[in-house]
Design a protein around this ligand. Structure first.
Ligand SMILES: [Mg+2]
Length: 535
């Protein structure tokens, strides 16, 4: 019996719509099905059968035993993928699955006995980090007016939020008291999250609500750095003179935020759809999913071009200069379509096609070589932690889907060119480091341009791929040291397949309170959890 024949006899069967119309217009369904499939794929129960006319018809009888080997034809049957539309649908799912196959996202099996917090503290760091050996003697005054403990003068914390300070709607026990304490001590700290799609103050409000903080402005305000916050200091010329396409889970909110950041012309996919209904063929979604839209800026048109290869560009034709993928796009189908259109266009004019596409005499066979807009991804998190027991897809999953489509479109001739923000990108850590250096002026509101030196920053996070990797790789120019502390309250959960995090932190502890206790002990302070939580 063939491998696929045996699958058909199994009682559990996953149904996958494979036409673009069915799957592409319901991207969340694709996401859901990818999630459902993963445990089966990873446990080699695999999938069977299909929806309507799609049939598993591969002639390969050998089960794939290597998790990273799954390709679209493995899932849908290569002989069935005759149409480009079906191929694109398969590419989306294959892209996500390929990425998921190397992520610690499934088959969660906690270790039976977890180590207590401080058992794994590396000796060498404890020795080199003692304040009594290297610490500053400069006392200062904190924002509450009390004398700052000189031991803390040149250390700081960067806290991830989701999975560290709360899970879903629930605050991590002790997180509120810990934050209040370190503020009283005059410690510098910021919240460095890959979350986004909303204003920084909205994140402050949601964090305060989950933690039960009565005066969040004192503890949280001006300290939150979202994945796209570094764009506040982006090139002013782009902001003033350029046009950006911005997409997110709440595009209208993202547009308002982009304007607040200084982008004077921010367009959403829904704007393009409203300006030219032929951009996206699923009319029934225009009155629901994409009903919020605004006219295109400066009276521009998205329907001015009829010949994609004409280089006589009408003066009213819209031109997109940058593509900003902010957090967790909600409609992968429309967003991938629109982003694809711009990446294959002539200089960012929707409706055009570059004549360089596929020219193998050029770099990357001419793909993205004709003045197309830059593609910016606000974070690369494949998954994130909510109250649901299995991790949920994040912006990184959308990127993997886009990569899958791009590979299908280009025939694998060119990688997708993009720039990433958020952890673990260096840009984000540089921005956070600068904010900590300018803490007195920027956060405490003391004004001026003075900076205060840093000796060590502790990054506390739950995601090895972003929080830990980024801190480990970051070496700021001033010689300060970033250390990584991984907590067990979020994304990282040991599995049988991956008992250890791929990116090794300085130490692994149970939660954020233990993380701060460990850091302070590392600085030579004899502190306890009870002390940190006391008033
Ligand atoms: Mg997190």
């Amino acid at each position: 019996m063939s491998f696929y024949s045996s699958l058909r006899e199994q009682s559990h069967c996953f149904i996958i719509p494979v036409s673009w119309h069915e799957a592409g217009s319901h991207s969340r369904l694709v996401e859901l099905e990818a999630t459902l499939l993963l445990p089966k794929l990873l446990t080699r129960s695999h999938l069977c059968n299909s929806h309507t006319h799609a049939r598993i018809s591969s002639t390969d009888d050998t089960p794939k035993e290597t998790r990273g080997d799954w390709e679209s034809q493995d899932i849908f049957g290569g002989n069935d993928l005759q149409s480009g539309a079906r191929r694109a649908s398969g590419a989306v799912l294959a892209g996500v699955l390929r990425s998921h196959a190397v992520a610690p996202a499934t088959s969660i099996i906690r270790k039976a006995a977890q180590h207590r917090a401080f058992s794994s503290a590396p000796r060498q760091l404890r020795e080199k980090a003692s304040f009594r050996e290297t610490g500053s003697t400069a006392a200062a005054v904190d924002d509450t007016g009390s004398e700052r403990n000189p031991s803390f003068a040149d250390i700081a914390f960067a806290f991830d939020i989701d999975g560290v300070l709360y899970q879903g709607q629930k605050g991590i026990p002790g997180a509120k008291e810990m934050l209040q304490k370190i503020r009283q001590l005059g410690l510098r700290y910021v919240f460095l999250t890959n979350g986004g799609g909303a204003h920084e103050n909205a994140k402050v409000a949601s964090l305060a609500k989950r933690l039960g903080l009565e005066n969040p402005e004192h503890v949280l305000k001006d300290r939150v750095i979202l994945s796209h916050t570094p764009m506040r200091s982006w090139d002013e010329d782009v902001k003033k003179n350029g046009t950006v396409l911005v997409t997110a889970s709440q595009p209208e909110t993202a547009r308002q935020l982009a304007r607040e950041y200084g982008f004077q012309r921010a367009v959403t996919p829904a704007d393009l759809l409203a300006a030219n209904g032929h951009i996206y063929p699923f009319a029934h979604l225009r009155d629901s999913l994409h009903k919020e839209s605004s006219p295109l800026p400066d009276g521009k048109s998205a329907a001015a071009i009829s010949d994609p290869y004409s280089r006589v560009i009408p003066p009213d034709a819209l031109k997109i200069d940058q593509i900003l993928v902010w957090n967790d796009p909600r409609d992968w189908s429309l967003d991938i379509q629109v982003i694809h259109d711009l990446l294959v266009s002539y200089r960012g004019y929707p409706g055009t096609l570059s004549t360089k596409n596929g020219d193998r005499t050029l770099t990357d066979a001419g793909w993205q070589q004709d003045g197309q807009p830059g593609l910016w991804i606000s974070n690369l998190d494949l998954v994130w932690k909510t109250e649901y027991p299995v991790n949920r897809f994040g912006t990184g999953a959308f990127l993997e889907a886009l990569k899958g489509v791009w590979a299908a479109v280009t025939g694998g001739a060119a990688p997708l060119r993009y720039q990433a923000l958020g952890k673990p990108s260096r840009r984000t850590y540089e921005y956070a480091h600068e904010r900590l250096l300018r803490y007195d002026a920027d956060v405490l509101g003391q004004g001026g341009t003075a900076t205060r030196p840093l000796r060590r920053v502790y990054m506390i996070g739950d995601n090895p791929e972003s929080d830990i990797r980024g801190a480990n790789d970051f070496a700021p120019g001033d010689g300060a040291q970033w250390e990584s502390i991984l907590v067990r309250t979020g994304v990282f959960q040991p599995t049988l397949q991956e008992p250890e995090p791929r990116y090794k932190p300085t130490v692994i502890v149970d939660d954020v309170v233990d993380a701060v206790v460990w850091a302070l002990r590392n600085e030579g302070m004899d502190v306890s959890r009870d002390w940190l939580l006391s008033k």
